[in-house]
Ligand binder design. Structure first.
Ligand SMILES: CCCCCC/C=C\CC(=O)SCCNC(=O)CCNC(=O)[C@H](O)C(C)(C)COP(=O)(O)OP(=O)(O)OC[C@H]1O[C@@H](n2cnc3c(N)ncnc32)[C@H](O)[C@@H]1OP(=O)(O)O
Length: 299
C-alpha cells in the first residue's frame, strides 16, 4: 500500500505531572510523575497515559475530519500500535476540533477515480472497521460534534458513546440521502446498538438524529454539556476498566464475532460490490449533485 509509506509517526515520552507536599516541620518532596506517551502523525494525535492505561485519540483532518484513504491508513496503523501495547487498555476516540466529530467517508475518494483506487479505498474502510469494532480495548466515543455516515459508524463501533448536548450536532447513517447504500456491516453495527426496527427506518430515510433524538433512540448512551464530554469519557472509562480485561474481552468478542466474521469471510466480494456500485454513472452523478448541494448550502 503506497499510503502506508506516507505514514509519519513518532514516539515522544514526556513527564507531565510533578507535585510537592509539605509535612509539618519538614519539606517532603514527592515526585508524583505520570508518564504520558505522545505518538502523533499528520492526522491523528494520541496521548497515552501510562498510569491509567488510557489513550486519547484525537482525529485531526481539517476541515471536517473526512475519512480519506490517507487518514484511514494512519488510523488503522495507530490503532494497531495501541492494540499491541500491553500498557494500553482503553481508547477514547474524539475530534481535535469541536463541532465536527467526523464528516464520514471522504466523498472525493469516491468521485472520478479509477476502479483500482476505489478498491484500495474500500479495503481501508473495511480495515478501520475490523480494527475498531474488533478491538480488545475498552473504546469510548467522545462525540464532540456532528457525525454523519462513516463518522457515525466509527462511534457505533465503540463500546460506549458520550455526545455533546447540543441539538445542532447530529449523528446517523445518512447514506441514502447521497443516493448510496450503507453496506451490510454498517447496517449490522447500527442494528446491534439500536435494534432492527429503528435501524430499518433510519437507514431507509438516511436519518440524521440531533443529539437529544440520538439519546432517545439509544444511538448514544449519554449527553453531557460540551465542556464535559472529555472528562465524562475519562470517568466512564475508569469504571469500565475496573472489570478484569480477560472476562470483558471474551464477552465483547462473543457479542461481536458473528458480525465481524460476516465481513472477514466476504471481504473480496464486498470490495467487488463496492467498486461495481460506485463506478456506475448514476451513482457518480448522485455524489456530484450532493457535493454541489453542500457547496451551495455554504454559500
Ligand atoms: C455499496 C457501498 C456503497 C457505499 C457506502 C458508503 C458508505 C458511507 C458513506 C459516507 O460516509 S459518505 C459521507 C457522508 N457524509 C456526509 O454526508 C457529510 C456531508 N457534510 C456535511 O454535512 C457538513 O459538511 C458537515 C460535516 C456537517 C460540516 O458542516 P460545516 O458547515 O461545518 O462545513 P461545510 O462547509 O459543509 O464543509 C467544509 C468543507 O468540507 C467538505 N466536506 C464536507 N463533508 C465532506 C465529506 N464527507 N467528504 C469530503 N468533503 C467533505 C465540504 O464540501 C466543504 O468543502 P469546501 O466547499 O470548503 O471545498
Amino acid at each position: 500500500m503506497a499510503a502506508l509509506g506516507a505514514l509519519r509517526s513518532c514516539w515522544a515520552p514526556a513527564r507531565l505531572l510533578t507535585g510537592s507536599a509539605h509535612h509539618s516541620n519538614r519539606l517532603v518532596l514527592c515526585q508524583q510523575t505520570s508518564i504520558k506517551r505522545h505518538f502523533s502523525n499528520n492526522k491523528i494525535l494520541v496521548e497515552l497515559d501510562e498510569a491509567t492505561g488510557v489513550a486519547v485519540m484525537k482525529m485531526k483532518n481539517p476541515p471536517v475530519n473526512s475519512l480519506s484513504l490517507d487518514f484511514l491508513t494512519e488510523f488503522s496503523i495507530t490503532l494497531e500500535k495501541l492494540e499491541m501495547d500491553r500498557g494500553c487498555r482503553g481508547l477514547i476516540l474524539t475530534s481535535a476540533s469541536p463541532k465536527i466529530f467526523s464528516a464520514g467517508l471522504d466523498i472525493m475518494e469516491m468521485c472520478g477515480k479509477s476502479a483500482e483506487h476505489y478498491g484500495e479505498f474500500w479495503r481501508a474502510v473495511q480495515e478501520m472497521w475490523l480494527k475498531l469494532y474488533g478491538s480488545n480495548m475498552v473504546t469510548i466515543a467522545a462525540i464532540n460534534g456532528s457525525s454523519p455516515a462513516g463518522g457515525c459508524l466509527m462511534a457505533l463501533c465503540c463500546d460506549y458513546r458520550i455526545m455533546a448536548d447540543n441539538p445542532k450536532y447530529a449523528i446517523g447513517l445518512n447514506e441514502t440521502q447521497l443516493g448510496i447504500v450503507a453496506p451490510f456491516w454498517f447496517k449490522d453495527t447500527m442494528s446491534n446498538v439500536v435494534g432492527n426496527r429503528v435501524t430499518e427506518q433510519a437507514l431507509q430515510l438516511g436519518q440524521m438524529f440531533p443529539a437529544p433524538e440520538a439519546l432517545k433512540f439509544g444511538l448514544v448512551d449519554q449527553l453531557v454539556p460540551e465542556e464535559k464530554v472529555q472528562s465524562t469519557a475519562a470517568s466512564v472509562m475508569a469504571q469500565w476498566l475496573t472489570v478484569p480485561d480477560h472476562a470483558r474481552q471474551i464477552t465483547k468478542s462473543m457479542m461481536r464475532k458473528q458480525t465481524t466474521d460476516k465481513l472477514v469471510n466476504n471481504r473480496e466480494a464486498d470490495i467487488k460490490n463496492f467498486v461495481s456500485f460506485i463506478t456506475r454513472d448514476s451513482i457518480q452523478k448522485s455524489l456530484q449533485v450532493y457535493m454541489e448541494r453542500l457547496r451551495q448550502r455554504k454559500q
